[in-house]
Design a protein around this ligand. Structure first.
Ligand SMILES: [Zn+2]
Length: 93
């Protein structure tokens, strides 16, 4: 299990938590101030990895100065597509 991830020089602790948000089904969240990425515990491997990639993309957008709050759809699309291509082609193992 990955315990931390460094995004453009900023280390984030990856934490598995039982609840992220009560009012919606949130599976992941990045906290820039605490430098934490929260992932809902109990996710399957694929959902865990695509969720982590999604939150990493938020971190990249944020770090590069893009307005990532208004780019949720783009981030969702990119994380799903990148995960599929990287995995299917075994670009990283
Ligand atoms: Zn998002």
């Amino acid at each position: 299990m990955m315990e931390s991830v460094t995004i453009l020089g900023v280390p984030y602790l990856v934490k598995l938590v039982p609840v992220i948000s009560l009012d919606e089904l949130t599976v992941g969240q990045i906290d820039y101030l605490k430098q934490e990425i929260l992932i809902l515990e109990g996710l399957g491997d694929d959902l865990f990895q695509v969720t982590l990639l999604h939150e990493v993309l938020h971190g990249i957008f944020n770090q590069l100065g893009f307005d990532e709050e208004n780019n949720e759809h783009l981030i969702q699309a990119l994380s799903t597509a990148l995960y599929q291509v990287l995995r299917e082609n075994k670009l990283f193992s």
